[in-house]
Each structure stands twice: as structure tokens, then as C-alpha cells.
Design a protein around this ligand. Structure first.
Ligand code: ATP
Length: 225
């Protein structure tokens, strides 16, 4: 395996003066291509902050970040947007699907907006991903009519739409019952195995972490284990 990304000495401080909170205190981490890693740590330890920085949605106060050989600290916002679209997918605890859109429309919507139109190849890829997520029967259902677990599988398909090297998942199963959570994790593991997509999954759930090959524990703004 080779390094997909590396962050060095990340510091993130929110606020200024007496109100300043230093959330990350010099955190360093390397993720290899093809890893499936759980991100653990107490509430407030900085997991979401780290995922937001790794997703290039926020810059750290200081520190280094390279992914796929690119210096993402030096990059301009427009370069980061392009980089993110190509290389990073996101899954959140709350799936953020558009309720009146079908499962397929939700999966291809971000790509369609970016390309200015809905291409046949995007529709084909979207359908293929939904079939892989076990949602063949639900492709044209409005997402409001899907169960929580089905919605989250649509969200995983959406994250995979552009074939990203990295998927960042912030408590993707936090809102699901055990059976649905395991189903979502099985599908993530399958994509990881078959496509080599790297996953970093924040969770409070030891059983979810057990399904990952690596555990990264954050505490007091650093990787502690
Ligand atoms: N935009 C912000 N402005 C000020 N403080 C913030 C901001 N975002 C996060 N924080 C603070 O940073 C700390 C870490 O938050 P973060 O959401 O990264 O933790 P977490 O480990 O993901 O927690 P949880 O497991 O509860 O989701 C918290 O104390 C939080 O209040």
C-alpha cells in the first residue's frame, strides 16, 4: 500500500482570545490507499473537525496536508473544490437527501449540477451503484418513502458517484438500527475490497469499529492510539 494522504502537526483553533478553543493540537496521521479505518474518540475530541479538514471543507490553523501528492494547504479554494469533486466523497449521519427526488436523482444530482446536464453515463453509473447497494427495487422511489437504512445506502451510492479515492463518513450509522447499520457497513466493506476505495469512518460504536481493519483514536486533539 502507498500513502493516500498525510497530515502533519495539524492545529485547529476556533475563536480568538479568551474564547479560543484549541481542538486539534498537532495531530499527525497517514492513511494508506485502500484502508478502511474507524475514527474513535470521546464526544468533542475533534473527530468531525478532522474529517472536515481532511475533506478540504476547512483549513487548519496550521499544519500540513498532502493527498495524492498535492499540497492542499497551499491550494486555492477553486482548486480545492475541483480536487474534492474528483477525489473525495462524503457520508454524514443525516443523509441530506432531497425528499421529493428519487433515489437515482439524489445519486446523480451533484454530478448533473456540476456538468450542467444529466448524462446517460451518469444515469448508468447511478443505477449500477444503487443495484450494488441492494436498492434495485427502489431506484425510482422518492427518497422520502425509503427507510432510514435505505436512505443511508443511497447516501453511500451518492458519495461513490464520482469514483473517489477517499470517502469520509461522519457517524454514518449513528441514526440506524443495528441491522441497517450492519448492512451499510457490509456494503462499505464490499466497495473497499472490490474498488480499493479508502474509508475513514467516525463512530462511537465499538461494533462498527470492529468491522474496520484499523482503529484511529483521537483524544485531546491528538491521535492517541
Ligand atoms: N465552528 C466551531 N466553532 C467553535 N467551536 C467549534 C466549532 N466546531 C467545533 N467546535 C468545537 O470543537 C470541539 C470538537 O468538536 P468536534 O465536532 O470536532 O468533535 P467530535 O469528536 O466530532 O464530537 P462528537 O463525537 O460529539 O461528534 C468541540 O468542543 C466543539 O464545540
Amino acid at each position: 500500500m502507498s500513502a493516500l494522504l498525510e497530515v502533519r502537526d495539524l492545529v485547529k483553533t476556533f475563536g480568538v482570545g479568551d474564547a479560543a478553543t484549541r481542538v486539534l493540537r498537532g495531530l499527525s496521521l497517514t492513511l494508506e490507499a485502500g484502508e478502511m479505518a474507524a475514527l474513535l474518540g470521546p464526544s468533542g475530541s475533534g473527530k468531525s473537525t478532522l474529517l472536515t479538514i481532511l475533506g478540504t471543507l476547512m483549513k487548519p490553523s496550521s499544519g500540513g496536508y498532502t493527498m495524492l501528492g498535492q499540497d492542499l494547504i497551499a491550494a486555492q479554494d477553486s482548486e480545492l473544490t475541483a480536487f474534492r469533486n474528483l477525489h473525495i466523497g462524503f457520508v454524514f449521519q443525516f443523509h441530506n437527501l432531497l425528499p421529493d427526488f428519487t433515489a437515482l436523482e439524489n445519486v446523480i444530482f451533484p454530478t448533473a449540477v456540476r456538468e450542467g446536464r444529466e448524462t446517460p453515463s451518469a444515469r448508468a453509473r447511478g443505477r449500477d451503484l444503487l443495484v450494488r447497494m441492494g436498492l434495485e427495487e427502489r431506484i425510482n422511489f422518492p427518497s422520502v418513502k425509503l427507510s432510514g437504512g435505505q436512505k443511508q445506502r443511497v447516501a453511500v451510492a451518492r458519495a461513490l458517484m464520482n469514483g473517489p479515492e477517499l470517502v469520509l463518513a461522519d457517524e454514518p450509522t449513528g441514526n440506524l438500527d443495528r441491522v441497517s447499520a450492519m448492512q451499510v457497513m457490509d456494503l462499505i466493506a464490499q466497495i473497499n475490497r472490490e474498488e480499493g476505495t479508502t474509508f475513514l469512518i467516525s463512530t462511537h460504536d465499538e461494533k462498527i469499529a470492529d468491522l474496520c481493519r484499523r482503529r484511529i483514536v483521537v483524544g485531546d486533539g491528538l491521535v492517541t492510539g
